[in-house]
Design a protein around this ligand. Structure first.
Ligand code: THU
Length: 128
């Protein structure tokens, strides 16, 4: 997998962001086990709690496409800070990804830092 391609597709997905309330655009791209890449963007709602993050949209797109394993994630925004997945998204990722999955946290200038899911969500709750 080409990391640059995953990052590029996350930036492309950000263009479709529906974020009239926060004006904070987020894009995400996940590499699934099949080798296919699925993208997502944040979709807000006037009832703010109904908003869905870009990462979850990307994961749900992948799962809806029949995937059950996510191998990598890139997430970006227009911020000068590295874009980090929120807690809920980390938990959703833990359902379909291993602790060593790389997450490429992208800044507006395209630079990224890499964190594993296990670093961002240690001791994840996975099954009961
Ligand atoms: N957002 C994401 O899409 N992903 C995250 O990990 C953090 C937050 C979105 C939700 C909302 O539309 C906006 O960013 C501001 O919180």
């Amino acid at each position: 997998m080409e990391v640059n391609e995953l990052v590029r597709l996350s930036v492309l997905a950000k263009e479709n962001s529906y974020s009239p309330y926060s004006r904070f655009r987020v894009g995400a791209a996940v590499l699934a086990e099949s080798g296919k890449i699925y993208t997502g963007t944040n979709i807000e709602n006037a009832s703010l709690g109904a908003t869905c993050c870009a990462e979850r949209v990307a994961v749900f797109n992948a799962v809806s496409g029949g995937e059950r394993k996510i191998r990598a994630l890139a997430v970006c925004s227009d911020s000068d800070e590295y874009t980090m997945p929120c807690g809920i998204c980390r938990q959703v990722l833990a359902e379909f990804a291993d602790d060593d999955m790389p997450i490429y946290c992208v800044r507006a200038d395209g630079k990224y830092k890499i964190r594993t899911l296990g670093e961002l969500l240690p001791g994840a709750f996975r099954s009961f």
